[in-house]
Design a protein. Structure first.
Length: 329
């Protein structure tokens, strides 16, 4: 699947038009169809779903596919301006204002809820609270349950660059969830005892957690399900005792949307996407496979399609399913 940055979309589409215009007039039907562009905000579960859906669209429906990359804000703009066609993983509460407005004003069309058995927020390894006898780890913060308990344990999570405070690993700058987490950080007065550290990427967050987990060290920071670390490691969310800022980003519908032109341009693809329903477990399994085998999202998508025919063949007509099976042999 080809990838483009949002800022390069105009040039990319111009080049595409020139290429098609100069092509062989006897080329196949797929050459007369505009490519379907999937949005990529930068996290691996989304990339996995892009590859699953993209493979079905290419092999089963004869469309070329591409991906456009950018920040969350840039991706929403691309969808509004029809530079992106499909987003496979809209976190509806994270992006509530812009998402609701876009749906109400007709910029986007909700096609399906991909999954809804998810959670996100601040986590610690479970051994921090309960210990792990098999690893010889004693409980470090046995009474830690709520965000309001964190000031009591700041020394446990000492910031290596500022030993007078603890360190909380936040989300990525540019993700809307980061604003919510930072609001909660200030709302609960955690800025008095902790520094809020923004990692440069999702992989940096996960590597930080993995390194701490494998050493049995304390760690606190942002994560979400589905994610490979959630599938691989035993983690416990740190919740709010009373409803507060974090309530808006807990379990939520993860929707599939399209821009407002795709239903008319590719109704058969839209019908397929309306049937696309999975679970956090599906993505967790794919993400653990990617991590442990150093596999790509495309590798994980092919593995899923070959091993889960009973699920994805329910999303498409029988003739489309047969084309996909033949295409991925």
């Amino acid at each position: 699947m080809k990838k483009f940055n949002v800022l390069m979309m105009a040039m990319a589409f111009l080049a595409l038009l020139v290429t098609v215009g100069c092509g062989d007039e006897a080329s196949g039907d797929s050459d007369s169809k505009e490519p379907i562009v999937f949005a990529d905000d930068g996290w691996d579960s989304l990339r996995f779903h892009n590859e699953v859906a993209g493979t079905i669209v290419e092999e089963g429906y004869g469309y070329e596919t591409e991906q456009v990359t950018g920040s969350t804000a840039a991706i929403y703009t691309a969808l509004e301006e029809d530079d992106a066609d499909v987003h496979m993983e809209i976190w509806t509460e994270n992006d509530k204002d812009v998402y609701t407005k876009g749906i109400d004003e007709g910029y986007y069309v909700k096609l399906s809820t991909n999954f809804d058995d998810n959670h996100q927020g601040f986590y610690v390894p479970t051994y921090v609270i309960e210990g792990d006898p098999e690893r010889g780890i004693e409980p470090m913060a046995p009474d830690l349950q709520y965000v309001t308990d964190l000031p009591e344990y700041w020394e446990l999570f000492e910031d290596p660059e500022d030993p007078e405070k603890g360190r909380i690993i936040g989300a990525i700058s540019g993700w809307n969830v980061d604003e919510v987490l930072h609001e909660a950080y200030e709302h609960y007065g955690l800025d008095e005892t902790y520094n809020y550290f923004r990692a440069g990427s999702e992989s940096a967050i996960n590597i930080s957690l993995q390194e701490a987990y494998e050493k049995g060290e304390p760690w606190i920071g942002y994560n979400y399900e589905p994610n490979w670390v959630m599938g691989k490691f035993d983690m416990t969310p740190i919740l709010e005792e009373e409803p507060g800022p974090l309530e808006s980003i807990g379990a939520q519908d993860i929707d599939i949307i399209s821009n407002d032109t795709l239903p008319e341009r590719a109704p058969e693809v839209v019908e397929f996407l309306k049937n696309y329903v999975t679970s956090s477990a599906v993505a967790n399994d794919a993400l653990v496979f990617m991590q442990e085998e150093e596999a790509t999202p495309e590798d994980a998508a092919l593995k899923f399609l070959k091993e889960n025919e009973d699920l994805w063949t329910e999303w498409v007509p029988e003739d489309v399913a047969e084309k996909v099976k033949e295409g991925i042999k």
